[in-house]
Design a protein around this ligand. Structure first.
Ligand code: ADP
Ligand code: MG
Length: 235
């Protein structure tokens, strides 16, 4: 009976641990895969931020989404985590399935790094298409058939015009990160052109700290029944 008691004690401890993990608002309650949860843990995130708690479930339902929240609120993981869930693993089919647009080279490379960290326990492939790096090196990256492309609009357009056969029709999720800055920096024309090249059924996400008029119009034109998530400074 000693053994039985030990087993039951261990089971109780395990159940308690499980219960703690499932406490309201933890990453474990968001229905994520083991591989992605491991990546989140390895990155050192204990609990989702408010914007992540709101945006991840909506994105996982396939919703188009406009998320407005201040800088530093955790918007990167809010869109990267659902992208990883949606894509699952590497696909040998030609063409990327997720596209993340960033206003600057620095931000794109930072996002590329975060994608790598969170996707560490998946076999998803990523590529950064940013200005300042050689086109040849990026051709080689594209040849490896990345699942996720992180790009600045100018360099992406350059690739679309130069690489025969590069298409965005395969993109299922498109993210406009720091959308207010994308517009401030004068990328509006490129963004419209990119939008036109995307597949019909894709999911579109727009993240921003502010919502100027031009941006709101762009969102209306490029998205379908977008949910609007707004978190103010104190959230
Ligand atoms: P935003 O894009 O909203 O400005 P970021 O996505 O760059 O914010 O995140 C800001 C900082 O918060 C980063 O250092 C990021 O690693 C960290 N962070 C994001 N989510 C979490 C989390 N759930 N737990 C702890 N830190 C987080
Ligand atoms: Mg950001």
């Amino acid at each position: 009976w000693e053994d039985d008691r030990a087993v039951s004690g261990r089971r109780k401890a395990k159940q308690l641990k499980q219960k703690r993990k499932l406490k309201a608002g933890s990453f474990e309650t968001l229905g994520l895969s083991v591989a992605v949860l491991k990546g989140i843990r390895r990155k050192g995130y204990q609990l989702p931020t408010p914007i992540q708690r709101k945006a991840i479930p909506l994105m996982m339902q396939g919703q188009d989404l406009v998320a407005m929240a201040r800088t530093g609120s955790g918007k990167t993981a809010a869109f990267v985590i659902p992208i990883l869930e949606r894509l699952g693993g590497h696909s040998t089919r030609a063409g990327a399935r997720a596209l993340i647009l960033s206003p600057t080279r620095e931000l794109a490379l930072q996002t590329h790094k975060v994608v790598g960290e969170l996707a560490r326990f998946t076999d998803l492939r990523r590529a950064a298409l940013v200005g300042g790096d050689s086109m040849e090196a990026q051709f080689a990256e594209l040849a490896a058939n990345p699942d996720i492309i992180i790009a600045t609009p100018g360099r992406l357009m350059h690739h679309l015009q130069e690489v025969t056969g590069m298409t965005l029709r395969t993109v299922q999720v498109c993210v406009f990160d720091e959308a207010d800055r994308l517009f401030e920096l004068g990328f509006a024309e490129q963004l419209k052109s990119i939008l036109q090249r995307l597949g019909e059924g894709r999911q579109t996400l727009l993240l921003s700290a502010t919502m100027p008029q031009g941006l709101a119009e762009f969102a209306r034109a490029g998205m379908k029944d977008a949910a609007f998530v707004r978190l103010d400074a104190e959230s």
